[in-house]
Design a protein around this ligand. Structure first.
Ligand code: PEP
Length: 247
């Protein structure tokens, strides 16, 4: 039985003060039906982990090297020191604006797993790829690269976020059938690469314009184990409504 996991992705939003206020407001509404978390900016992580009791605190990126001449980057040991337990990697905004590739995502995933930090590996097709009928190929190719050479036992504990790029921040969410179908392809690809235990253990999120009104229909799908949520995770009201809807 996989426990669902719902994670907000705050992107470049929230100061330390706003982070602490948000966490203090959300903690009392959390429940056991799922794991809940937020991806917070690097600057807010220390305050976030010090404040959170049950809310998972995730970083939104990391570097795969431990130190060196990488101006502006943050390494996995630096996240470990802040008590961070999850890290989003390969978000489409990182892939399109900051040069992340399947190869660098793979290096990040391996380094995180070594530190016992759970990677949330993001993948998903562009609108042009969707229109051209390439979605399945894109999903399989991205997973082949992003999850290469990992141990099956590690893969069973990671999280994969399937996020069609055309649905991120657009209000154009994928239909529940499309989302289920693509998350099933994700699981099938994990099975092909790492076997049954990894495929049955890995948690697969859908992401792309998830909100309180549609979360339930995604969560009812067999292969969808949660959601990665941008816009609707920024306000206490909407994130609370999502938490309530997943009881
Ligand atoms: C995201 O940023 O990963 C995302 C899914 O954003 P939104 O929920 O706003 O579409």
């Amino acid at each position: 039985m996989r426990k669902p996991i719902i994670v907000g992705n705050w992107k470049m939003n929230k100061t330390c003060k706003e982070t602490v206020e948000f966490i203090n407001a959300i903690e009392p509404v959390l429940h056991d039906a799922a794991d809940y978390g937020v991806g917070a900016p690097f600057t807010a992580l220390k305050d976030a982990t010090a404040t959170a009791k049950n809310l998972i605190i995730a970083a939104e990126n990391c570097h795969f090297e431990d130190n060196g001449a990488f101006t502006g980057e943050v390494s996995v040991p630096m996240l470990e020191e802040l008590n961070v337990k999850y890290c989003i990697i390969g978000h489409s905004e990182r892939r399109t604006m900051f040069g992340d590739t399947d190869e660098t995502v793979n290096k990040k995933a391996k380094r995180l797993v070594k530190a016992d930090i759970t990677p949330i590996v993001c993948i998903g097709e562009t609108e042009a790829q969707y229109d051209a009928g390439l979605t399945e190929k894109v999903i399989r190719d991205q997973l082949t690269g992003s999850l290469a050479d990992m141990c099956p036992n590690c893969v069973k504990d990671i999280v994969i976020a399937y996020e069609p790029i055309w649905a991120i921040g657009t209000g154009k969410s994928a239909s529940k059938d499309d989302a289920q179908n693509c998350c099933a392809i994700v699981r099938d690809q994990v099975r092909k690469m790492y076997g049954d235990d990894a495929a049955e253990g890995v948690r697969v999120q859908y992401g792309g314009s998830v909100k309180p009104e549609n979360i339930k229909e995604y969560m009812a799908c067999e292969d969808i184990d949660g959601a990665l949520i941008g816009g609707a995770s920024l306000k206490v009201d909407s994130f609370t409504a999502i938490i309530d809807a997943t009881k």
